[in-house]
Ligand binder design. Structure first.
Ligand code: IYR
Length: 224
């Protein structure tokens, strides 16, 4: 089967002096370290253009064989947000009341989460990320994608970073099972729900748990 290859073009990424490189790395670490998951949102509107740029940032992520195996469903419609909230809370109620193990509930308790998800209606935008397990070509035949979970996970990392950089907040919501999202958002069989991210401004005077991050020594092993 004939394949076409991409033309190769020169690439000149920005390069900095050693001092600037150190400063840039420190600055970006500080920015990312200041990110927190937020569960209480303001209903203050966020322009669609902001969300468009955030989604385009996520879609710059590397992916297996450059298949870009993702679809971002972006919801601001209040009626649809309500339907998503009702369906998510139904599943979450079951999860918190029997489906999750006692150990799991114990691990979650310090975070103060429960089955109620008002943020699904209050946040001005919901981004529901779908992974494309395969692509469907124009003639209806299937074409494989590769490292789909890894690719979509990386893209969600970019998405969360872009949200934070814009001064907005999110959390990674994983209602389980998530198939109600395929139905409500009318997704085809090759797409599976992966993650739901509400996006907006934080509620006034929002508080977050005083989490500590593991230090470098605990998260890394060096072979200098
Ligand atoms: N999906 C549930 C439960 C939950 C699970 C984990 I692991 C978390 O870190 C947080 C919540 C929910 O979204 O509440």
């Amino acid at each position: 089967m004939a394949t076409t290859s991409f033309p190769f073009i020169p690439y000149h990424p920005a390069q900095f002096s050693t001092e600037e490189t150190c400063a840039k790395a420190t600055e970006f670490y500080r920015l990312m370290d200041s990110r927190r998951s937020v569960r209480e949102f303001s209903d203050k509107p966020v322009p669609r253009e902001v969300i468009e740029n955030i989604v385009m940032t996520a879609s710059t992520a590397p992916s297996g064989a450059h298949k870009q195996p993702w679809t971002f469903c972006v919801v601001s419609n209040p009626e649809l947000k309500k339907q998503i909230r009702e369906a998510a809370e139904k599943e979450e109620y079951e999860s918190y009341n029997g489906r999750m193990t006692p150990e799991w509930l114990e691990d979650l308790a310090p975070l103060g989460t429960d089955w109620q998800k008002p943020f699904l209606e209050v946040a001005p935008w919901l981004i529901i990320v779908f992974k494309k397990v395969y692509d469907v070509k124009e003639d209806g035949s299937k074409r494989n994608n590769y490292y789909v979970a890894e690719s979509v996970g990386i893209s969600c990392g970019f998405l969360i970073s872009a949200i934070h950089k814009a001064g907005l907040v999110t959390l990674t919501h994983t209602p389980s099972p998530m198939n109600f999202l395929s139905k409500l958002l009318n997704r085809p069989a090759n797409e599976r729900p992966y993650l739901l991210l509400p996006v907006g401004y934080p509620a006034a005077d929002v508080q977050v748990p005083d989490l500590k991050r593991k230090p470098l020594e605990e998260v890394s092993v060096w072979f200098d």
